[in-house]
Write a protein that binds this ligand. Structure first.
Ligand code: AMP
Length: 405
């Protein structure tokens, strides 16, 4: 029997998201999520997608740790005849947030690879430990199965030094590995490639500005399929205004808050990562709610929206300049795919750059990749739904495919 299934695991600090795909047709066999791992009120939501209906099953019970979570997921899959012991399972693909400079490609995980991912914990203290736990647990469940790491940073490793380095003392930066790594790379890779296809061109022939606008948000400049700049940096804090993160700021704000505001480094970390961005500006981080408040005449929400859009426009302009020629500006992720007012406002006034949005096309709701610019526009504006799980499964299967041939 040919093994054609890939299980994609996205292990967070207290959650595991998973999808089981059949790579013959990229179809989903099951999707699910375990939340609040380690708490009394853990929850597992599992949705089998085989056999017509998509009836979800939910369990609420204490799930102590990632190992227990993955065992519970394995049980749910087994109940649908999709167990992890199936000979049809080809590999497990893991989303790993930080791959540093070393991991420029998806990589089959062995002890040396795992050690290197561990070595990167100081630059990704929130993310890599959870990813490592997910990998170890999956290895324990199926030691014989190839496990592949697909890194969020990999797509950005093509950035030139001019974009990747901060202008700080080189020896200090190198000693502490302080540089711009970028994140959401799996999404930027997938979306930029799909945009080329939408334009009927090869990725090598197009220059694209990708705007990944979710609760976390990042922009990237992609020249001929290779990333030349991205807005997130050493951590996901840099760049655009996000749901709860400030994005770009004068770093001296931190000294000021510490010295004058008497805040600790941990307090400032929480302020900038969890209590800033849209939620800090207006108390809401969901763009739907912010639009509702604006429609009801709420000035605080309107200002938060303006600040969000102003930053977005600055990045479109900056990446236009970095690329020189732009074939498409593309919106993706929760806000980018769904919020027509964000797309309209981000492009408004940029006609001199060849950018425009067609009102009717922009207001269409669809899950398909689509153009929203008018015929006459020099630069295409597009909406391309991202699919990080499919990209991880594709990259994983491409790597282990030979073993199954
Ligand atoms: P993501 O991180 O990609 O899952 O995106 C999550 C964000 O997408 C949410 O916080 C919402 O702000 C936004 N979002 C989802 N659906 C909509 C919608 N229909 N209109 C506006 N924003 C949306």
């Amino acid at each position: 029997m040919t093994a054609t299934r890939v299980l994609v695991l996205n292990s967070g600090s207290s959650s595991v998201k998973y999808q089981l795909l059949d790579m013959r047709d990229s179809s989903r066999l099951a999707v699910g999520l375990v939340e609040r791992i380690g708490e009394e009120t853990s929850r597992l939501k599992h949705t089998p997608l085989t056999g017509g209906g998509a009836e979800s099953r939910e369990r609420e019970e204490p799930i102590a740790d990632h190992e227990a979570a993955l065992r519970a997921v394995a049980d749910e899959l087994a109940a649908d005849g999709l167990g992890l012991d199936s000979p049809e399972l080809a590999a497990i693909g893991h989303r790993v947030v930080h791959g540093g400079l070393k991991f420029t490609e998806p990589t089959v995980i062995d002890d040396a690879v795992l050690k290197e991912i561990e070595r990167l914990v100081p630059v990704a203290p929130l993310h890599n430990p959870a990813n490592i736990t997910g990998i170890r647990t999956a290895q324990a469940l199926r030691p014989d199965l190839p496990q592949v790491a697909v890194f969020d940073t990999a797509f950005h490793t093509t950035m030139p030094e001019s974009a990747a380095r901060y202008a700080i003392d080189v020896a200090t930066a190198d000693e502490h590995r302080v540089r711009r790594y970028g994140f959401h790379g799996t999404s930027h890779a997938y979306v930029s490639r799909k945009t080329a296809r939408l334009l009927g061109k090869a990725p090598e022939d197009v220059n694209v500005i990708v705007l990944h606008l979710g609760n976390g948000a990042s922009a990237s400049a992609v020249r001929g399929g290779r990333c030349v700049d991205t807005s997130m940096g050493l951590t996901p804090l840099e760049g655009l205004v996000m749901g709860t993160r400030s994005g770009d700021m004068d770093p001296a704000v931190i000294f000021h808050l510490a010295r004058v505001g008497k805040m600790s480094i941990d307090e400032i970390d929480i302020l900038l990562n969890k209590k800033s961005g849209l939620i800090g500006l207006c108390g809401d981080n969901d763009m739907r709610e912010i639009r509702r408040r604006i429609d009801a005449g709420d000035e605080e929400a309107a200002l938060a929206f303006e600040i969000y859009i102003h930053r977005l426009k600055k990045y479109i302009g900056a990446y236009y300049a970095a690329l020189g020629r732009v074939d498409a500006v593309v919106f993706t992720a929760g806000v980018g795919e769904n919020a027509a007012p964000v797309r309209e406002a981000a492009v408004a006034g940029l006609e001199e750059l060849g950018l425009a949005v067609d009102g009717a096309l922009n207001s269409v709701r669809s899950d398909e990749a689509r153009l929203i610019s008018p015929e006459y526009a020099r630069v295409a504006v597009a909406v391309v739904p991202t699919d990080e799980e499919l990209e991880i499964a594709d990259q994983t299967y491409a790597l282990v495919g030979d073993r199954n041939a």
